[in-house]
Each structure stands twice: as C-alpha cells, then as structure tokens.
Design a protein around this ligand. Structure first.
Ligand SMILES: [Zn+2]
Length: 335
C-alpha cells in the first residue's frame, strides 16, 4: 500500500518523544498531530516546525483536560490558591474533598487559553483546532497529572467534569475555530446530541436554504452571502473515531448544515464497537478519513493501513478504489 497521498487524520505522537525522530521516514503523506492539554501545545508546535513536510499541527484542549480551564467570570475569588479550590468544587461532581483538590494542577484561565491558541494558529496557517469535544462517561483519574502521555494516569476517581463546564470549554474553542476559519477535530463519547445543540447555536441564522429556495438566488448571490457569514461557524469538522449512529450522520451531513462534516475511523477505538462496519457504511463515501489515534510515531503507518483496510472491508471497495477515494478525501479535507 502506497501511503504518500494518505493522511493520518488524528494522532498523538508527541506523547512519546523518543519516537518523534521517525516522523520524516513515515510512508504516510501527512499526519495531523493533536494538542490535548495546556502542556502539549508547545510540543505540537515544535514538531510541526521541525518536520513541516509531514506534520500538520492541531491545537486545543481535549475534554479529558477541560477541568484545567477556569472561567474567571464564574468565580468570586481572584487569588491563585482560592481560585483553584473554588473552580474544582464548582466543575467536579460529586464535589471533591480538599485533599483531592490539593493534588490537582493549578488551572489556567480561559482568556490565557484563548491567547495561547490564537498565537499558535496564527503562527501555523495550516493548523486545525483539536482535539476538542465532549465526553459524558469521563471521570478524573487520580494522577499523576504531569505525565507526558495524554492517556488517563492512575485509577479513576468518582469525580465527573460537569457537562456545562465541558460545553463551555468546547464552545469557546469552536468559536476560536470559527474566528480563524480552521477545521476542527472532535472527540465525542455519548454526546453527539449535545454537540449538535452547541453547533446549532453557531449555525443559527446561517442554515443553507433548501435546493428549491437556492434556485431563487441570482448566480453567485447566495455564495457571496455565505462568504460574508462564514466566520460564525467552523468550515469543516471531523468526528474522530466516530462512534455515533448512522442516523446522527444524516443529521450532521444534512444539506442545511453550513459546516462540512468528515468521519474518521481508527481500528483501536472503533473496533471496540460491534457496529463498526455498519457505522463506516453509513458515512458518506467522500467524507471518510483514515486515522491511527495512536500515541507513538513508530506505529502510525501500520495503524493507518489497518484503518484503510477496515474502511475497504466495510464499504466492500477494492484496495485500489479505497486508496483512490481516500486520497481524494484527504486532499479535500486539507483544502
Ligand atoms: Zn485523540
């Protein structure tokens, strides 16, 4: 399989710094490396500068790390140490005891986050926003909280991050993606309905009219109206390791939705679902992408090959057809 026109639409190789030197030798044409926490945005930026021919960076706060972001407007305290306790008591459920809070990192304000991400996307014109999203069953692990890996460290605590807080951090980043007109990579676990609701707020007033209504516009008229409004929503959104239903795909990929949706599939995550083949089959042919979702550069080629094969099998496409369809999808995704 020749991978040089193929993209790894979603991966985390900065979690394993010892393997990053492999990136220039990868067979894959390009890899999109996700940021997940305040700590790793700089690592992603650095590696994109080092290997610009292979790496497309993506900056954002993953829902597993939304607890690290506080909104100063929601707190009564303004002192660093008291902010921390007030913030964690407010956003975690059940409310954690003092000794649990003491071990947690000092959170950063949402305005600082905005400055960090804005600076990075301006510096990297091809950058995406991600990995951002919502995760309903997620519970905070007990740590350590300073590990290089973005995977949950230690056993899980009973504390959930309240959905209102996850939505706040997610929506804030969607608005940054809209402002800078960047593609978004989204993580969703049992939250596709919430995600549709949050995005609907951004799409409100900008829905695409029906085909018969569109015919009433002069040639080019609607396109120019659309052009003037596009900074209200992200141009393109990819659900990574998509695990929703086929019905939800028809909602997101509906004609009236102004953002364009892609669906990427990894064998690591998606093969855990019994319905993987059925889910891949329900994704539009021209909107499917392969991904590894992996945490080391050493296995990205191998895992993307597996993803490509799983897509070929589910869609009953020959290897040749699969490669030609996915190559086309990868290049339109990056436009
Ligand atoms: Zn990921």
């Amino acid at each position: 399989m020749n991978l040089n026109t193929i993209l790894d639409a979603h991966c985390h190789p900065t979690d394993t710094p010892g393997d990053l030197h492999i990136i220039p030798e990868l067979s894959l044409g390009k890899i999109i490396i996700m940021g997940t926490r305040p700590m790793d945005q700089g690592y992603v930026s650095e590696i994109a500068e080092k290997y610009p021919e292979k790496v497309i960076p993506s900056f954002g706060i993953h829902p597993w790390f939304s607890y690290l972001i506080y909104d100063p407007n929601e707190l009564t305290q303004s002192d660093e140490s008291t902010i921390k306790a007030e913030h964690y008591k407010k956003i975690l459920s059940p409310e954690p005891p003092g000794d649990f809070i003491r071990e947690l990192p000092q959170p950063i304000s949402i305005t600082t986050l905005s400055e960090i991400i804005s600076q990075l996307v301006v510096k990297h014109p091809s950058a995406l926003i991600g990995e951002i999203g919502l995760d309903k069953p997620f519970r905070l692990p007990v740590g350590p909280y300073d590990a290089r890996s973005s995977l949950p460290q230690g056993p899980l605590s009973p504390h959930y991050v309240r959905m209102e807080h996850q939505i706040k951090v997610f929506e804030f980043q969607l608005r940054l993606a809209s402002k800078y007109q960047r593609t978004v990579s989204v993580h969703s676990v049992q939250t596709y309905t919430y995600i549709y609701d949050v995005l609907s707020k951004l799409w409100d007033g900008h829905w695409i009219p029906s085909k018969s209504q569109l015919r009433k516009y002069k040639p080019g008229e609607f396109e120019s109206i659309r052009e003037g409004r596009k900074q209200n929503y992200p141009p393109r959104i990819c659900f990574h390791s998509y695990s929703g239903s086929g019905q939800q795909i028809s909602l997101f990929s509906a004609h009236k939705v102004p953002s364009e949706f892609y669906y990427s599939f990894s064998t690591g995550i998606n093969s855990r679902y019994k319905k993987m083949d059925e889910t891949i089959r329900s994704a539009p042919d021209d909107k499917i992408l392969p991904e590894s979702d992996h945490h080391s550069a050493s296995t990205l080629d191998k895992l993307v090959v597996e993803s490509v094969s799983a897509i070929a099998k589910a869609k009953s496409w020959s290897e040749e057809d699969t490669m030609s369809i996915l190559s086309k999808n990868c290049s339109s995704f990056l436009m």
